[in-house]
Design a protein around this ligand. Structure first.
Ligand SMILES: Cc1cc2nc3c(=O)[nH]c(=O)nc-3n(C[C@H](O)[C@H](O)[C@H](O)COP(=O)(O)OP(=O)(O)OC[C@H]3O[C@@H](n4cnc5c(N)ncnc54)[C@H](O)[C@@H]3O)c2cc1C
Length: 472
């Protein structure tokens, strides 16, 4: 028998895990799967972690444990920095890894449209760290509002802006509406969480642009029922610690969340191959690169437009799953001297939830909204979750929160592990910070920010001095 060929898989996401499983136990190959994280993440439920409905461990599984039963698969933790296509080497932070075949599925990341400085003020939702950071910011905003006495500061603390009206933005907005109206309603004494302002900002003329108009309208009505205000045709021109600038309007908000754009992984720019306008790797109908047939690029990293209408496939989990499997199949077929198969996408439709028991979905000509769409959404998401434990945990938690409106994971945690530093960070995030913002008027906070900040901080310190002398 010939020496097994070495297949390297970059990324243990939907595409990578499915490619690895397809190659498992095949004698013709040994596989090395490289990922910068030790876990496979079920991104479609990240917003539930961010909104405190479920815990991080419920939607993440160690990659090593997923493939532990397959002797021909090795897992390496490491960051891939590029690929040397000519010499067949994957460049990693720990050194180079040679390959005979490469399946690259490193996914995508957020795009702030050239304004990466916005990230500090408006985290996106792509990893567990980001989800728990969003959860922390949301819960802290309520805590600070509870102990704040100035109504203007309180209003700012209870204003949430979500940028981007695609499925992620809609799901975040719906969940926030649900939390503020039902979950937190009885938990606070000095604030009424039902008065939370939730503003969903979308650049296009309607939210859920990838769905039909009818479904998009239904989603808008459902969100409004949950207290969400929707701004369409609204482009964000600035984001900073004061909030968001939309055209000439300033929205003062303690919490801004980013669900607006995606850009491909940096690995793409190291490849000597064609990229589409969005920077995704253009692939052949068999998912390989034109000049390098031993290299396959799939999932969110790839641009596949060998479709009936010539439009590239969207960045969706079913696309990644099916492409990961086919890329692996084509590796095996090549080794066996067979012709490769072209990729045909079996459309599984698109869906999004709006709050606790409502969703929208479209599969081909079928359009559904409301409770039954939510049941379908629930079944699909449970089905695709990896691991029996996760499925059971998520089901139980959903059933619990459906019946009681409670959210079990309302924990404020931080990456800071020293208690003293954590206490200081709470102090830094306290209302005096927010107070500086109040009183700032004007159209563009970014320009006025510095001088106005100085003035208002002087005011704040005078106020504080007065208060303390009164107390004395
Ligand atoms: C919040 C959110 C909600 C979503 N909801 C839905 C939904 O409801 N339905 C749906 O169909 N799709 C949804 N998607 C999209 C779906 O998750 C993606 O299309 C899918 O994850 C793409 O799979 P992938 O394998 O290409 O990439 P990913 O799943 O992103 O996996 C990429 C992997 O590569 C690793 N990686 C990246 N860069 C490097 C590097 N340099 N070195 C080493 N490892 C690296 C990452 O750690 C990751 O494990 C959602 C996405 C997000 C972010």
């Amino acid at each position: 028998m010939n020496k097994p060929k070495h297949v390297v898989i970059i990324g243990g996401g939907f595409a990578g895990i499915n490619a690895a499983k397809r190659l498992a136990k095949e004698d013709e190959v040994t596989v090395t799967l490289i990922d910068r994280r030790n876990h496979h993440l079920f991104q479609p439920l990240l917003y539930q972690v961010a909104m405190a409905a479920i815990s991080p461990a419920d939607i993440a599984v160690p990659i090593r444990s997923i493939v532990s039963g397959y002797d021909n698969i090795d897992v390496l933790l490491g960051v891939v920095t590029g690929v040397d296509l000519k010499n067949r080497k994957v460049k990693c932070d720990f050194g180079d890894v040679d390959y005979d075949y490469l399946i690259s599925c490193a996914g995508a990341t957020h795009s702030y449209f050239g304004n990466d400085q916005w990230e500090d003020f408006a985290p996106g939702l792509k990893s567990l760290e980001e989800a728990t950071e969003i959860r922390k910011r949301m819960l802290i905003a309520y805590e600070l509002a509870e102990r704040e006495t100035d109504p203007a500061v309180q209003k700012e603390l209870l204003t949430f802006v979500i940028v981007g009206g695609g499925p992620t933005g809609v799901e975040l907005a719906g969940a926030l509406g649900e939390i503020s109206r039902y979950t937190l309603e009885r938990d606070f004494r000095n604030i009424d969480p039902r008065r939370t302002r939730i503003i969903l900002v979308e650049g296009a003329s309607r939210i859920l642009n990838q769905f039909s108009e009818e479904i998009s309208e239904h989603a808008s009505r459902e969100l409004e029922r949950l207290g969400v205000t929707i701004w369409t045709n609204s482009m964000v021109s600035d984001v900073d610690e004061h909030g968001v600038v939309v055209g000439e309007e300033v929205i003062r908000a303690q919490t801004v969340l980013w669900a607006a754009g995606v850009r491909p992984t940096e690995i793409n720019y190291t490849l000597d191959t064609d990229l589409d306008r969005g920077g995704r790797v253009v692939v052949q109908s068999d998912l390989s690169l034109e000049k390098y047939p031993e290299v396959f690029v799939v999932g969110d990293q790839a641009s596949f437009s060998h479709t009936r209408d010539g439009k590239p496939l969207p960045g969706l989990a079913p696309v990644a799953i099916q492409q990961g499997r086919l890329a692996a199949t084509n590796v095996l077929r090549t080794i066996a001297g067979k012709t490769r198969k072209p990729f045909f996408y079996k459309d599984k439709g698109i869906m999004a939830t709006i709050g606790r028991a409502s969703a929208v979905l479209e599969v081909g000509k079928l359009k559904m909204s409301g409770f039954f769409a939510w049941i379908a959404w629930l079944i699909v998401h449970i089905y695709y979750l990896i691991g029996f434990r996760n499925r059971m945990m998520v089901l139980v938690q959903w059933a619990w929160s459906y019946m009681t409106v409670r959210r079990g994971a309302r924990l404020i945690t931080s990456k800071i592990w020293k208690t003293r530093e954590w206490e200081m960070s709470i102090a830094r995030g306290n209302a005096s910070q927010a107070k500086k913002r109040v009183g700032l008027t004007g159209k563009r906070i970014a320009k006025k920010g510095t001088s106005a900040k100085k003035k208002s901080s002087k005011k704040a310190s005078k106020k504080a001095a007065k208060k303390s002398s009164k107390k004395k």
